[in-house]
Ligand binder design. Sequence first.
Ligand SMILES: *Cc1c(COP(=O)(O)O)cnc(C)c1O
Length: 387
Amino acid sequence: MSAFIPLSVPNFGAREAELAGEAITSGWVSTSGGKVTEFEQALARYVGMERAVACNAGSSALHLAAMAAGITRGDEVIVPALTFIAAVSPLTRYVGAEPVFIGCDDRLCIDPDAVEDFCRTRCEMRDGKLYNKATGAHVKALEVVHVFGNMADMPRLVELAQRYGLVLIEDATEALGTRYTAGPFAGKFAGTIGDIGCYSFNGNKIITTGAGGAVVSNHADWLEHAKHLSTQAKTDLLQFKHDEVGYNYRMTNVQACLGLAQLERLEGFIAHKKELYDHYVARLDGVQGLRMLPFVTDGVRPNRWFFSLYLKDTALDRDDVIARLQAQDIQTRPVWALIPEQADYPRNEAYALAKAEDYRRYIVNLPCSTNLTLDDCERVCQAVLAL
Ligand SMILES: *Cc1c(COP(=O)(O)O)cnc(C)c1O
């Protein structure tokens, strides 16, 4: 029997053990300790920003971003329908705001045409602010998720955010390292283009600190506020005075050590992901109607976090494929059930879902760990070709 091939698992080695071991030996294992600052600086340098604020999860990063951006009870936020639920709840339910769901384009990211259509036909501008005509609510923000490490159509989305007075929040939790190589944002990384951006270092992401996240922003004051909220919002060193509600979301020193080791390896991980992806494309794309996504990567160096096999032009059924590969010890998964179908959200508005429903129905995500060998990648290809 051959070994189990997981979908996406951490890739830790001697360097992670060495740095985390130093933190443990030093006794600096909690949220104080110099490594958190060092990690924030290294991350900021990597993505070309002045500063980053590290925290204990991507979900907390998004919650901090929502609060720093001033999203509050009664506001509405335009969000993607095709994404992980943690992209939506921190920007909406956590702060008392409501989502408006929009479908995706062929990058699997929020569809700019549908965003424009919603703003133009269902909303009105008053005093530079956008209001939803159906609910009367202030539509305050637009959230972009760079799904599976694909870059969303940022030139269009930035223009729409400006035109309609929307705060632009980037969920780049899956897209650390994805950057433009051409066009108006050449050289810019996913997460650094809008008003505020978030990363995740959860165990299944391209680099991991076990659990962790970070916020970056083009507004220095928002980032300072995010940092304040990530502590207990204390205003003095000795007297324990607090000027607002803090959330205790800081990253720990041990996690930061893991992050420093992982950041050193990130470009190598991205290069290996490309090798794996290219192998899947060479072996599967166009064979018996199989296709590999994403379809759109012009002018972008994606991190290729997740690889999607697209089954629409085959006779294969998604769940049957997943079960038959599982029986051969190969772990795959479908794309998320759409957020408007999730328990808390069916009463919210949702538009232009056809493409999202199509991708939901026909995508199977293939093993993509940064420590997957080309031999195991080939074993997956052979199993898929034998379906
Ligand atoms: C992973 C992920 C998150 C949340 O990150 P955590 O670190 O797991 O809290 C948010 N949004 C998307 C799109 C994600 O994939």
